[in-house]
Every structure is written in structure tokens, then in C-alpha cells.
Design a protein around this ligand. Structure first.
Ligand code: PBG
Length: 329
């Protein structure tokens, strides 16, 4: 169609006033779209703000419920739990400790907040002394197949503690299938897997590694996370994980990879989650604190863009603020 031939086509007519714009709005953001990452740690009375992530806190177990209640009050019903364990070792054995910090957090939330849906991050990097996402060989390389069993132990222990969904973020090959079988054998065939299928080796995870105390002690994660230059491989990674039994797939980070997010959603037709990561959050916060951008406007625009690109759900540290702002609109 040649629009020029229709002199009466005046898109501005539907931009005149909020009610007109709302009528033809294609993407609607809601608090139901958000998953909030929560960092839990041992100790008592701790609610420590993460310096590079203003407004985000590491909380001890006794401080968990006020945090959960605040989320529910804003209309956020999904949390993704990360643990800062009391102790770390070479193989990250506190990851599957029945009384580990994430396991206890699951029990607390499930018992006290039935309206909250609990997802757990499954990875070794918070639990290993070297900060890598799996078991190392003598040369310091992460061993793929030897790590699978550790991840499966962790996932099953989370499910036992009441996690309603597990989310492996380690990027070992074959881990979705391995974890699926382990969950099924342990009687958790109803627990879905949200796979961090398409996870890039990104510079945007820096603030998270402070928050979760999970920076690798040497080297980086490029031998297991994806090369930022690859888009088609990102789709392929999602397809492999679906074939292995993933219920939801993910693209992470979100903003530099909206093209990949669009393709994953279009090509898999699977529920697709975007992780708006710590560095993306930190950039917005820093600019807002300097008065350089309008935080509310920018955050809602970014989250709308992520949804428009294809995200069914967005994991974001902005969840509380965004949910409050949406309620005011
Ligand atoms: C664990 C994990 C990471 C993030 C989520 N799970 C860090 C990493 O891979 O180094 C990053 C989240 C964020 O930056 O907000 N593997």
C-alpha cells in the first residue's frame, strides 16, 4: 500500500490525548510481567544496600518477609532467589545443603506468603571458592559433565524446600535435560524449568557479582557463556534447551540483545523471559541520580521496549518502582 496516495491518513489523530493513545496501544506493561531478583544471606537483622545497585538489598532470612510483603503490596508476585552462602568450597557443596540459605528462604516464603511464586537460580558460582559456575579441572577449566550432577543436586534440593520453578544459569551443555531427569526421579515432575538458555558473556553483570559475591577469582566466563557477536546461535541454544525439556527460555542481558529476544520468541513460540541485568539497572540509576535522565520515564520506556521485542516476562531490579508507577498511571 502506498500511504502517500491517502492524503487523509493522519496518524497524529490517534496521538491526541492519553485516551486516544491508549486505544491503539500495542504493548501494555503490568506488574504481572515482572520477576524480582532477591539476594538472601545468613545472619540476623541484615538489610545491606548494594552500592552499585541503589535500592537493591541483600537481606538476612529474618528480614525476608518484609521484603516479600513490600513486593506483594506493589503487585509483584514472582521472585527469583539468589543465595550468599555461609561457606564456600571448591565444588560449591553448600549449594545443595538442605539448610542452605536459599532452601530456608523457600520454606519461609512458601509458608508465609502463598501469593508469592518462588523461582530459584541454580548455579555454582555463588557457592564455589573460585567463583566459577562449575567444577574445575587441574588447569582451572570448568568441567561440563562433572558439573551436571552438582547442578541437579542443587535443583532437587530447591524443589524439596518448596521452590515452584528452578532456573539454571550456569551455561553447561546438557544441564536442562539432566536437571529435568533428576527432578522427575525425585518426584518433582511438576516443577518447571526456566532455562537461562541464551546467556551472553557480558560486561553488564558486574554489579550483580558484587551483590552475589560471585566474581570469578581468575579468568572470565567466556568459555561457557555466549559470544555477544552471535545471534543465530542464541536461537539455537534456546531450541536445544526446549528439546531437553525447558518450559521457558531466556535472553540475558535484555537491552543489548533485543534482536536476539525477538528472534527467540518468533522462532521458538515458547514463553520467553528477558533478564534486565544489574549493569543495565546501574546505568539507569547512575544517570538518574545525576539528574541526567527522568528515571520513571526511562524505566517504563525500557521495560515496554523489552516487552514489545517479545518478552513474556521480565526479570528486573526496577520491578518495585515500575509496578508502583504503573499503578499511578
Ligand atoms: C549466575 C548469574 C549471574 C547473573 C544471574 N545469575 C552472573 C554471572 O553469570 O556472572 C547476572 C545477573 C545480573 O547481572 O543482574 N551465574
Amino acid at each position: 500500500m502506498e500511504y502517500g496516495k491517502f492524503p487523509s491518513y493522519r496518524p497524529r489523530r490517534m496521538r491526541d490525548g492519553e485516551l486516544a493513545r491508549k486505544m491503539i496501544r500495542e504493548t501494555r506493561l503490568s506488574a504481572d510481567d515482572f520477576i524480582y531478583p532477591l539476594f538472601v544471606k545468613p545472619g540476623e537483622g541484615r538489610r545491606d544496600e548494594i552500592p552499585s545497585m541503589p535500592g537493591v538489598f541483600q537481606v538476612s532470612l529474618d528480614m525476608l518477609m518484609p521484603e516479600v510483603q513490600e513486593l506483594l503490596d506493589c503487585g509483584v508476585h514472582y521472585v527469583l532467589l539468589f543465595g550468599l552462602p555461609a561457606a564456600k568450597d571448591e565444588v560449591g557443596s553448600t549449594a545443595w545443603d538442605e539448610h542452605g540459605v536459599v532452601q530456608e528462604a523457600c520454606r519461609i516464603i512458601r509458608a508465609q506468603a502463598p501469593q508469592m511464586y518462588v523461582i530459584t537460580d541454580v548455579c555454582m558460582c555463588e557457592y564455589t571458592s573460585h567463583g566459577h559456575c562449575g567444577k574445575l579441572d587441574e588447569s582451572g577449566r570448568v568441567m561440563n559433565d562433572e558439573t551436571l550432577e552438582l547442578l541437579a543436586n542443587e535443583a532437587v534440593s530447591h524443589a524439596r524446600a518448596g521452590a515452584q520453578m528452578v532456573a539454571p544459569s550456569d551455561m553447561m551443555d546438557g544441564r536442562v535435560g539432566y536437571i529435568r531427569r533428576a527432578l522427575d526421579q525425585a518426584g518433582f515432575s511438576d516443577v518447571p524449568i526456566m532455562s537461562y538458555s541464551t546467556k551472553y558473556a557480558s560486561g553488564f553483570y558486574g554489579p550483580f557479582r558484587d551483590a552475589a559475591d560471585s566474581a570469578p577469582a581468575f579468568g572470565d566466563r567466556r568459555a561457557y557463556q555466549m559470544d555477544p557477536a552471535n545471534g543465530t546461535e542464541g536461537v539455537r541454544e534456546a531450541c536445544y534447551d526446549i528439546a531437553e525439556g525447558a518450559d521457558l527460555v531466556m535472553v540475558k542481558p535484555a537491552l543489548p540483545y533485543l534482536d536476539v529476544l525477538y528472534r527467540v520468541k518468533q522462532e521458538t513460540h515458547f514463553p520467553t523471559v528477558a533478564y534486565n541485568v544489574s549493569g543495565e539497572y546501574a546505568m539507569v540509576k547512575a544517570a538518574a541520580q545525576n539528574g541526567w535522565i527522568d528515571e520513571r520515564r526511562v524505566v517504563l520506556e525500557l521495560l515496554t521496549s523489552i516487552k514489545r521485542a517479545g518478552a513474556d516476562m521480565i526479570i528486573t531490579y526496577h520491578a518495585k518502582d515500575a509496578a508502583r508507577w504503573l499503578a499511578e498511571l
